[in-house]
Design a protein around this ligand. Sequence first.
Ligand code: HEC
Length: 224
Amino acid sequence: MFEKRPQSWFSRLRAKTVGILSMALATAFLAVSCAGGSGSGGSTTVAAAGIAPDIVADYIHTVMAADRTAYTKHVVNRLKKLEGKDKPDGVIDAEANEAWQQTDGIPLPAQMFRLGSEIASDGSPFTYNLISTWNINDNHAPKTDFEKKAMDTVNETGEPYKEYQEVGGKQYFSALYPDKAVAEACVTCHNTHPVHLERFPDKVFEMGEVMGGVIINIPVDGAA
Ligand code: HEC
């Protein structure tokens, strides 16, 4: 999906990110060993470093949510337009819209999130994604039985759902965090989106409601 030049740039960035992540894991491992933890030596799984997977999932989710909010607040909100509508506080003569590649615009926050997730998940057993019962993008449909059950539960409770699951013989710790309508723009844009209107004509989002969720899958094979 990416053109040649950006791809090599992305690959380099990914290699760098993996490097930084390994360093962070190594540091965490060292910290636990020094504190008297019984490291098994050589293992790089998160559990072996002594951090419970549900805490790791919470940390990762905190970073993702913070990045998405910062992008919305400090980039998208500074543009003069959002999906064809004028933004009174905009100072940069540009627009965020779904067809950003065709219009020289910039991606919407959910698209930015997916672009990052595609890079991070490429060739890696660690994956994350946005999903929703009322998805605009096909890639965001809850697909597995696990995702369907997790999404139904989160829709009902509004709380995160966390559980171990096995996929292709591998053990994962998975967590689904609710993505709620925290701003009027969330509900207005989704409720009037042509794909939403066609697929879910009866679903009208309200403020504070669960609109979907962020699923994080952490491989825990080899963990005690
Ligand atoms: C200007 C329009 C717009 C606004 C504002 C907006 N969204 Fe979206 N949202 C979209 C579009 C378009 C997609 C599909 C993006 C893609 O192709 O990946 C999407 C995707 C999503 C998804 C993944 C499921 C799906 O529909 O594909 C969730 C969950 C979501 N948005 C929640 C929110 C929340 C919560 C807010 C407010 C904080 C918000 N959105 C604000 C347009 C918008």
